[in-house]
Design a protein around this ligand. Structure first.
Ligand code: NAD
Ligand code: GLY
Length: 359
């Protein structure tokens, strides 16, 4: 097992990465506070992994309550968030007890938001079960639900007390979901670490085979990079925004198609293709680097062509972006491989880049 730390003073927490973690008594003993444990999961992940956690946690003296949500991004909303509150209230769960988020980013974001707001905050442990959740959503404390007009618009910053990245659980993840997670892994290379991008070019096939050594390296380096950014700017006053490379375009694709049509990681992968082309137009990124980014995204079995909508539709969806300041959208662009910044860009240039991408 490898351990990383998200350094946030008294709210610092470990990320454990390795095999056999979901029933690792020592980790659970360290992570839990006294009292009951509420496992929030969904109808797909629950039958696979709840029992292992339940048995371990109960053997340590913690009674377990389970709340199962329906499976899908389209349920990441108020109505289904309320199912968690219903379960917490019905069982008279107290603030000192613990929520375990067992699932991908959808469960993690919803259970996290419930933990942030139930009785003004209860203990939260993230057990991410998708690659995307292990390398991104379970780390850093962003929690949210969607609004029909925009993704992740309602939420809170709320850090977990521990993150269990058990690589064994990725064995049951469908290939399409696995590729979606690779989009976020590629993102870290693009924005923060050119060497890691080179490593991904060499190892993408091994990753697609889920080779254990390659997977350990990819999850570890991604979490390490994310932990550094979060420690420097927990509440996204500035630097953290670079983690949204490709997301402004990606969120527009997700919202425009209706949540759940494309996977989040697919939309982000395609969004990074557009953002890389925008970076070239702005003079930062060479054509060669754009081609390498597009090629790697394609090799990861991700879509590289956005839906064929008029550019004005994209601009409308993107106008709800959370990175906006005074009504101006800030785009994440690359200065070079491994170096990113945010920038306000004229709508005319965005339209030009979008029209090329769609053509
Ligand atoms: P997801 O949570 O929908 O999971 C993908 C699918 O895989 C689901 O059907 C799920 O039930 C299934 N699944 C999960 N683990 C499995 C396993 N081990 N075996 C078999 N099936 C499994 O999708 P996701 O890609 O994990 O997360 C996407 C969500 O994360 C989006 O809502 C996005 O907004 C959010 N997100 C949040 C952050 C953040 O910082 N909070 C960052 C990135 C993404
Ligand atoms: N996924 C973007 C962030 O955590 O800031």
């Amino acid at each position: 097992m490898k351990t990383l730390h998200v350094a946030l003073d008294s709210r610092s927490y470990p990320i454990w990465i390795g095999s056999g973690l979901i029933d690792h008594s020592q980790c659970w003993r360290e992570a839990l506070s006294p009292g009951r444990v509420v496992i929030v999961t969904n109808e797909t992940v629950g039958p696979l992994y709840t029992a292992a956690i339940r048995d371990t946690v109960e053997s340590l003296g913690h009674p377990v309550i389970c709340i199962d949500l329906p499976d899908g991004e389209q349920f990441k909303d108020w109505v289904h968030l309320n199912l968690i509150f219903d379960g917490l209230m019905a069982n008279r769960i107290e603030r000192g007890e613990t929520i375990v988020a067992l699932g991908g980013g959808v469960v993690g974001d919803m259970a996290g938001f419930a933990a942030a707001s139930y009785q003004r905050g209860m203990r939260l442990i993230q057990v991410p079960t998708t690659l995307l959740a292990q390398v991104d959503s379970s780390v850093g404390g962003k929690t949210a639900i969607n609004h029909p007009l925009g993704k992740n618009m309602i939420g809170a910053f709320y850090q977990p007390s521990a993150v269990f990245c058990d690589l064994d659980v990725l064995g049951t993840l469908p290939a399409r979901e696995f590729s979606a997670g690779l989009a976020e892994v590629i993102k870290y290379g693009c924005i923060l670490d050119a060497e890691f991008f080179n490593w991904l070019e060499t190892n993408i096939e091994a990753l697609l085979r889920r080779d254990r050594n390659a997977l350990t390296e990819a999850v570890y380096r991604s979490c390490e990079l994310k932990a550094q950014v979060v420690a420097a700017d927990e509440r996204e006053t500035d630097r953290r925004a670079i983690l949204n490379f490709g997301h402004t375009f990606g969120h527009a694709i997700e919202a425009g198609l209706g949540y759940g049509k494309w996977l989040h990681g697919e939309a982000v992968g395609c969004g990074m293709v557009i953002a890389a082309n925008l970076s070239k137009e702005l003079g930062g990124l060479s054509s060669e680097m754009v081609s390498r980014i597009v090629a790697l995204i394609e090799r990861a079995a991700l879509p590289i062509r956005p839906p064929r909508w008029p550019a004005k539709d994209y601009l409308e969806w993107m106008s709800h972006d959370k990175k906006s300041k005074s009504g101006k959208v800030r785009y994440v662009v690359l200065r070079s491989m491994g170096s990113a910044q945010t920038q306000i860009v004229d709508d005319g240039l965005i339209s030009k880049v979008l029209e090329k991408a769609i053509a």
